[in-house]
Design a binder for this molecule. Structure first.
Ligand code: AGP
Length: 619
């Protein structure tokens, strides 16, 4: 997820761009850049000035402080890397081959590899590792070959592109026009008096105008100085701009209209799960491809053991992975708290594959555990959400989760993105090892592709979850129970509740109750049970009966249409049926919402809970 901003009008563009980028930093902040056209109004000579650097928007501002920032037309970008590590070269804007065109882009061009190879054959030379640079070269290649205007070249190019984009293009030879287009990534156009604003959302726009047009997928906007906004589709169909008036206040806009980043990120999960699959699986072709580990697949095939190392929520994702990988690949798995692993003088073999999971990519204990495993000759694979982070750079290879920046301290969308990538990785290895039947493989691919829509459906039960939260908001303790793939989800649900509402909560394997925790059960104790259809359903039902017999309160997450548990539980939350190994992706969502609402009702600081940091970069 990146932030884009652009301006054309009568004012100096730079101040508008840099302020807009600051407002968009929540979308990404590993590098930033601007491009401005300074036109001599007598000679009409134009200078296209591009300034970009690694780091936050503040670093860009100091980088350009002494440079020529004149111009009443410009584009700006703050990056969250998906292709190419964060550095000056990979920062946006990107030049075309002639340096007459520049582009900014938010999204992922899935077929950039094949387009890049084709363009290289035609003599194009690339400076960066990004998919974005490929797109601007393609646009210029078409413009020069067909001898057409840039806008038409953009339209033709976008018909060749597979993936998501929100782009703005600036041409040195035409300082009176911006060309914008979008598909799958957000874009809003602000309409002022003889001026236009473009941005990823309305936060950079709202202080200048409330009149906006939300571009629809596969639409291109031709924004010319002093003229009406023109829109047409990439199939050349003219569209009438639908101008709306913004109602939201700036503060609300930064959170996408949600009260907290955590809630926004919970609701982003259909998209972040989809983005984490994007370009990596095709159910109709029956393929899974994780480019980031392609060169290390043999290591998985030779591995006698896989060791997961992580902390917190990422450790819970690793526990889900234990069930996944042993179930699908038949490779023995161990799951280690990084903080314990690094100090207990563990036995590590050279043919071990160690998988480190980290949202931030900066967790000190996980980084230290990686260095220990690496020193013993193991192969280190990373699953991180921050491209170019310390952990990503410390591993031999890896696969990024494309969840976008996670601002809320309590991890939500990163967790489901991690599980998405872990499912793909386990499926890929099982396919290579031949430990999964073709029918099961295809069935799981189809089920995985259906998950975003199922998460969307669970989010629609928010009002009921909020009602249940109100019933239990004053509890002093809580138990979370699950079996099999749902045991790690029980742990994750308990962590969510305790870290943002400060209610003590514990997660347990449901069968473990009778080995002690059942002594805690009384009429004050809410017990959250994941009781979805699956191999251990009947056993979980028995555990529920044990709790009921001791007057415990049962809040059960059940498969849609369940009647048996419904009769026993005090409250049930229904989730769509899915394959047992994918249930964590869906069943965790009600627990995230439950902890969120309880925390809000208790007046807690949901996005920045007391004592916690988003990334624990110290021991
Ligand atoms: C989870 O909600 C917490 N924010 C915390 O447990 C977190 O998962 C843990 O600190 C690990 O962080 P990482 O994934 O960035 O390594």
């Amino acid at each position: 997820m990146c932030g884009i901003v652009a301006y054309i009008g009568n004012r100096q563009a730079y101040p508008i761009l840099i302020k807009g980028l600051q407002r968009l930093e929540y979308r990404g902040y590993d590098s930033a850049g601007v491009a401005l056209i300074d036109e001599d109004l007598t000679s009409h000579v134009t200078d296209l000035n591009v300034y970009k650097c690694k780091g936050k928007v503040a670093e860009l501002a100091s980088f350009v402080s002494e440079k020529n920032k004149n111009g009443t037309i410009g584009i700006g970008h703050t990056r969250w890397a998906t292709h190419g590590v964060p550095n000056d070269v990979n920062a946006h804007p990107h030049y075309s081959g002639s340096k007459n065109l520049v582009i900014i882009h938010n999204g992922i061009i899935e077929n950039y590899g094949s387009l890049k190879e084709e363009l290289k054959k035609r003599g194009h030379v690339f400076l960066s590792d990004t998919d974005t640079e490929v797109l601007i070269h393609l646009i210029e290649d078409i413009q020069q070959k067909e001898n057409i205007r840039v806008g038409e070249a953009v339209r033709l190019a976008l018909n060749q592109v597979v993936g998501a984009y929100a782009i703005v293009i600036l041409s040195k030879d035409n300082p009176n026009e911006l060309i914008a287009a979008k598909k799958g990534s957000p874009m809003v156009i602000g309409i002022g008096i003889d001026e236009f604003f473009i941005a990823s959302d309305a936060t950079p726009i709202i202080e200048y105008t409330k009149n906006v047009v939300y571009l629809e997928d596969e639409e291109i906007a031709f924004i010319e100085r002093g003229k009406e906004l023109k829109i047409k589709t990439i199939k050349n169909k003219v569209k009438t701009p639908y101008i709306q008036e913004l109602e939201l206040k700036l503060e609300a806009l930064e959170k996408g209209g949600y009260d907290h980043f955590m809630l926004k990120e919970i609701y982003e999960q259909p998209r972040s799960i989809k983005d984490s699959m994007r370009g990596r699986l095709s159910s109709e072709k029956g393929v899974v491809n994780l480019g980031g580990i392609a060169e290390y697949e043999q290591k998985f095939l030779n591995a006698k053991r896989i060791i997961f190392i992580a902390c917190g929520t990422s450790w819970h994702a690793a526990l889900v992975a234990e069930y996944l990988f042993e179930d699908l690949t038949r490779i023995p798995v161990e799951v280690e708290y990084a903080s314990e692993f690094r100090y207990r003088n563990p036995i590590i073999y050279e043919d071990d594959v160690v998988i480190a999971i980290s949202q931030s990519g900066e967790t000190a204990d996980t980084l230290a555990a990686i260095e220990l495993a690496k020193s013993k000759g193991a192969t280190i694979i990373g699953i991180c959400n921050v491209v170019g982070s310390s952990i990503a750079r410390a591993t031999h290879a890896g696969s990024y989760t494309h969840a976008g920046p996670e601002i809320g301290v309590a991890s939500t969308k990163a967790f489901t993105a991690q599980i998405t990538v872990l499912v793909l990785m386990a499926l890929r290895v099982a396919f290579l090892k031949g430990t999964i039947s073709s029918s099961r493989f295809h069935q799981l691919l189809n089920e995985l592709e259906a998950i975003p829509e199922k998460v969307e459906r669970v989010l629609k039960t928010n009002d009921k979850i909020k009602y249940i939260a109100d019933v239990y908001k004053n509890s002093t303790n809580a138990l979370y129970l699950g079996r099999g793939y749902s045991f790690p989800v029980a742990l994750e649900g308990a962590l969510k509740l305790k870290e943002i509402s400060y209610i003590h909560a514990e997660g347990y394997p449901a069968a473990e109750m009778k080995h002690g925790p059942i002594a805690l059960i009384d009429e004050e104790m809410p017990v959250f049970v994941i009781a979805t259809k699956g191999a251990s359903y009947e056993k979980v039902v028995s555990n529920i009966q044990e709790v009921k017999a001791r007057k415990g309160k049962i809040i059960a997450i059940v498969t849609e249409g369940d009647t048996q548990v419904k009769e026993m539980a005090d409250y049930t939350i229904e989730i769509p049926e899915t394959d047992e190994i994918l249930v964590p992706l869906v069943s965790v969502v009600p627990l995230q919402l439950l902890s969120y609402h309880i925390a809000v009702m208790r007046g807690c600081n949901v996005d920045q809970p007391r004592n916690l940091a988003k990334s624990v970069t110290v021991e």
